[in-house]
Design a protein around this ligand. Structure first.
Ligand code: NAD
Length: 261
């Protein structure tokens, strides 16, 4: 329970990788604030489970990551009701697949806002609290797409490259404050985000579902296996250890060898 006494705030944690982070932090005794959209009863069940696991409290905040005011209020509420935040994970993210010439402008704006700009707002609100304690961990779920591109994902690739750059810059600004700032960049993880892009990729490339899974998604991944949310969460837990104090400004892959190719 090495995170007893710490509070972790994870954006986009009602599902997928974010929920795995919340479970991993709670299992180490951290109080957690989860965030994201979804069925109210299902979210409440997850929140109650997290409270039981951590023994230190779990709250849900519905802040929309496209709304700076709601993000600031969420961080302030976390500080007031749970303390910290000592650990923040910028994880909320969406995807949209389309050729750039037809890419809907509102989808571009939403992806940049949720996958990139929200991390700026979270960091701006959370860092002052971390500086007071001279300890903090900021982790952003970037992606293999923060390092390499794929066609038809202009907004996602732009946002994730931006997130990697933002993290490096903030790592330098906080380097003497006991705060580390890193990205974890997974390859394909089997979550609703990946499942939901299959129909659009089928349409964009004229492929069957099986062809998208094997020839588009897993084609990029030398291991031919999806990364699991639990593997990504275990990586984040390590970054929260004191032994990881010198790891900052890094973009760390967990991509089955994708970006080695
Ligand atoms: P997911 O769809 O399971 O989870 C996304 C989460 O973000 C959900 O909790 C959702 O409610 C939340 N969210 C979406 N829009 C939001 C908004 N406006 N405000 C607040 N919350 C919002 O997807 P996931 O695969 O678990 O993705 C999590 C992160 O991991 C994303 O940033 C994604 O880009 C990144 N990632 C995923 C993969 C993958 O293969 N699944 C690979 C690399 C990186």
């Amino acid at each position: 329970m090495f995170l007893k006494g710490k509070t972790a705030l994870i954006t986009g944690s009602t599902s997928g990788i974010g929920l795995a982070y919340a479970k991993a932090f709670a299992a180490e005794g951290a109080a957690v604030m989860i965030n994201g959209f979804g069925d109210a009863d299902a979210i409440e069940a997850e929140r109650a489970g997290l409270t039981e696991t951590s023994g230190a409290g779990a709250l849900y905040d519905p802040a929309d990551m496209t709304k700076p005011g709601e993000i600031a209020r969420m961080v302030a509420r976390c500080h007031a009701e749970l303390g910290g935040p000592d650990i923040v994970v910028n994880n909320a993210g969406i995807q949209f697949v389309s050729p750039v010439t037809e890419f809907p402008k509102d989808k571009w704006d939403a992806i940049i806002a949720i996958n990139l700009t929200s991390a700026f707002h979270v960091m701006q609100a959370a860092i002052p609290h971390m500086r007071v304690k001279r300890w903090g961990r900021i982790i952003s779920t970037a992606s293999a797409h923060s390092l390499v591109a794929s066609p038809n994902k202009a907004a996602y690739v732009a946002a994730k490259h931006g997130l990697a750059g933002l993290s490096k810059s903030v790592a330098l600004e906080t380097a003497t404050d006991g705060i580390t700032v890193n990205c974890i960049s997974p390859g394909y993880v089997w979550t609703p985000l990946v499942e939901n892009q299959i129909p659009d990729t089928m349409k964009a490339r004229g492929l069957t579902r099986e062809q998208v899974i094997n020839d588009v998604l897993l084609a990029a991944q030398p291991t031919k296996q999806f990364v699991t949310p639990e593997e990504v969460a275990a990586f984040a837990l390590f970054l929260c250890r004191d032994e990881a104090a010198s790891i900052t400004g890094a973009n760390l892959t967990a991509d089955g060898g994708w970006t080695a190719a």
